[in-house]
Design a protein around this ligand. Structure first.
Ligand code: GLA
Length: 373
């Protein structure tokens, strides 16, 4: 058994396919070139666990017989460890050091990266073999239980299975996926952090999920063979408009059109047509804003200002919404910088934007495994 292990666990972006994962729909995420390095070393006391955050310059210790410390940044990690130690009694005390360059609250799922990395590291260190997809599902369940947000599987799956210069075309119904080359020659992806996170984000997220679930149940009464929105056309939806509330109808329309946009985006990628891909990003934003209603004034302002700028192929809000990040595809030849947009945003909201250049990278991997003797 190794007595130490290091894991690199990346954040993720999602090119397109938003709020489709928990609707058994299509998504197109990838891991990014920003990750958390997680060093795990066997501790001398089998009951003692500690987490050291280099970014926060803090160490929190916990003995398995005690309640989990309620220090905000590490409670989820200790909850994961407690669950793992209850299920796998051969897991013993470790000292964990986290060193991350994934911007916190930057919309790249930094928390999924840490939880997936710690889980993977402990499974590897204590030689517990779990099928990779089962490991992904386990991490997703833990995150859902801890956060109370009934999230989908996209973030954790992208963190595990990411591949450099490829995006993951994932069918969240079957969990089958394939890699599609991501070579946007002449274009660059950016993430812009709005630095707002509206309080209703978690409750509204769960509400959207419930609205979709209840709409699907109603539709299934009329179309018994219907398993998910992926099998539904806009014409079929229109035929059942009177069975749904106006809100349910809009939520369904978003999911159906967003699934189609994922397919259209892949077609555009195959033809290296990144200006068309940009238009799909804009259409996705509009649908998330108008039909799914998960945008906010800051994200909409950004999207309008960005699209008025030369060299922007397209942009859209990314992730759960109500704040967080905007994904931007810019054309290198004509794009200059974000300074105009940043100053307009500062003038409107009094907030400084953060801009991150991102490229698509490998998913999590282990290195530096040391064995005794
Ligand atoms: C959050 C969730 C994901 C996904 C997105 C919306 O990031 O964690 O599972 O549902 O929102 O697409």
């Amino acid at each position: 058994m190794p007595n130490s292990i290091s894991i690199y666990s990346p954040g993720r972006v999602n090119i397109i396919g938003e709020h489709t994962d928990y609707n058994k729909g299509l998504v197109l995420p990838g891991a990014v070139d920003k990750s958390c390095k997680i060093d795990i070393v066997l501790s001398s006391n089998p009951q003692a666990f500690s987490i050291h955050s280099k970014n926060l310059n803090q160490i929190v210790e916990w003995n398995v017989v005690d309640p989990i410390p309620e220090t905000q940044w590490c409670t989820a990690i200790f909850s994961l460890i407690r669950d793992m130690t209850l299920k796998h009694t051969n897991i013993k005390g470790v000292e964990i050091t986290l060193d991350s360059n994934i911007p916190i609250g930057g919309g790249m799922s930094s928390s999924s990266a840490i939880l997936c990395g710690v889980a993977h590291g402990l499974f590897a260190m204590f030689e517990i073999f779990i099928e990779p997809l089962a490991e992904v599902q386990y991490c997703q369940q833990i995150e859902e239980a801890f956060s109370g947000v009934r999230g989908g599987i996209m973030d954790q799956l992208a963190c595990y299975f990411g591949k450099k210069d490829h995006v993951i075309f994932l069918d969240c119904g079957s969990l089958e996926f394939e890699y599609i080359p991501w070579k946007p020659i002449g274009y660059q992806l950016y993430l812009i952090n709005t630095h707002v996170s509206h309080e209703l984000a978690n409750s509204e997220y769960n509400k959207r999920r419930e609205e979709c679930e209840s709409a699907l149940e109603i539709l299934q009464q009329h179309i018994p063979e219907l398993d998910s929105f992926s099998q539904l056309t806009l014409d079929q939806l229109a035929a059942h408009v009177f069975h749904l509330s106006a809100v349910q109808f809009k939520r369904c329309r978003h999911v159906i059109t967003e699934n189609q946009r994922v397919l259209d985006t892949i077609k555009a990628m195959e033809k290296d047509d990144f200006s068309k891909l940009g238009r799909h990003l804009n259409a996705s934003h509009q649908s998330l804003r108008d039909d799914y209603e998960v945008s906010c004034p800051e994200l909409d302002f950004l999207s309008d200002k960005l699209n008025a700028q030369r060299g922007i192929a397209g942009c859209r809000m990314m992730g759960g919404g109500f704040g967080g990040c905007t994904l931007v595809l810019a054309e290198n030849a004509s794009f200059t910088d974000f300074s105009l947009v940043a100053s307009a945003y500062r003038k409107q909201f009094g907030i400084d934007l953060s801009v991150y250049e991102v490229s698509i990278s490998d998913g999590l991997f282990a290195c530096d495994t040391h064995r005794n003797g």
